[in-house]
Design a protein around this ligand. Structure first.
Ligand code: ATP
Length: 238
């Protein structure tokens, strides 16, 4: 069986600076795969390239059996790849429900959309309670929930989450991670970029450690969680 996402020797450069230097990995349907690593390792660049927002300088990306080369970002969403970006990028003046509906802009099945809005409210009750409020009034963690809910509104085959725990309180972070686990148990396939290696590896089937544009180490989430070099470099142990 071929993987849902196959990335082969991917390279991405900003002008002369190569930020991603030939990485390969796969994501099987139903898995949670995480990319961890320090600031500037190339994780966000990788996700933005998969979404079609950046052009690779070399390598292959295949999604659901089709090459993504040269396909514009909106068509990539239509193929089933959704991206909840770093920094959330919600629309603060629009209401919560309007933000959610933007995630479904490629769909016209009103009934299905209504059902998925209800599902977002079940996953994140606060979004339902505040549905008519401007999204800018939400706290950082709640905005993160909205960004995830909005990405789910396209009914993606693969959900990419960039740093969902960034800037959140420990309690809110735990909540977000619990939701990711819940999505996983419902069968959602997730590619998770995180600086919080402990949380990400604890729930991931597979993980890849990125260091300056390369994958330095790969393994199951549990293997990496117990790997001595990972513990020292990313889990704050001496
Ligand atoms: P972070 O967690 O800080 O976002 P990251 O692993 O996601 O880190 P990237 O944001 O992908 O890393 O950045 C990889 C490298 O590319 C870094 O050296 C960064 O400075 C550089 N870079 C990122 N965006 C640009 C840009 N628009 N122009 C030039 N260089 C960039």
């Amino acid at each position: 069986m071929t993987a849902l996402l196959e990335v082969e020797d991917l390279r991405v450069a900003y002008g002369k600076i190569e930020a991603v230097k030939g990485i390969s990995f796969t994501v099987e349907a139903g898995q949670v795969v995480t990319l961890i690593g320090t600031n500037g390792a190339g994780k966000t660049t990788t996700l933005r390239t998969l979404s079609g927002l950046l052009k690779p300088s070399a390598g292959k990306i295949s999604f659901d059996g089709k090459p993504l080369h040269g396909i514009p970002a909106h068509k990539i969403v239509a193929l089933g790849l959704a991206h909840s970006p770093e920094g959330r990028h919600i629309f603060p003046r629009l209401t919560i429900v309007e933000n959610l509906l933007l995630g479904a802009y490629l769909r016209d099945d009103k009934e299905g959309i209504d059902k998925d809005i209800q599902r977002a409210y079940e996953l994140f009750p606060i979004l339902g309670e505040r549905r008519k409020q401007a999204a800018g009034t939400l706290s950082g963690g709640e905005q993160q929930m909205l960004a995830m809910g909005r990405a789910l509104m396209s009914r993606p085959k693969l959900l990419m989450l960039d740093e969902p725990s960034m800037g959140l309180s420990p309690i809110m972070m735990q909540k977000i991670m619990q939701t990711i686990s819940e999505l996983k148990s419902q069968g959602t396939t997730i590619l998770l970029v995180e600086q919080n290696a402990q949380a990400a590896l604890s729930l991931a089937d597979h993980g890849h450690v990125m260091e300056v544009g390369r994958i330095a180490l790969s393994g199951t989430g549990q293997d990496l969680l117990h790997d001595e070099s990972v513990r020292k470099a990313y889990l704050g142990e001496d």
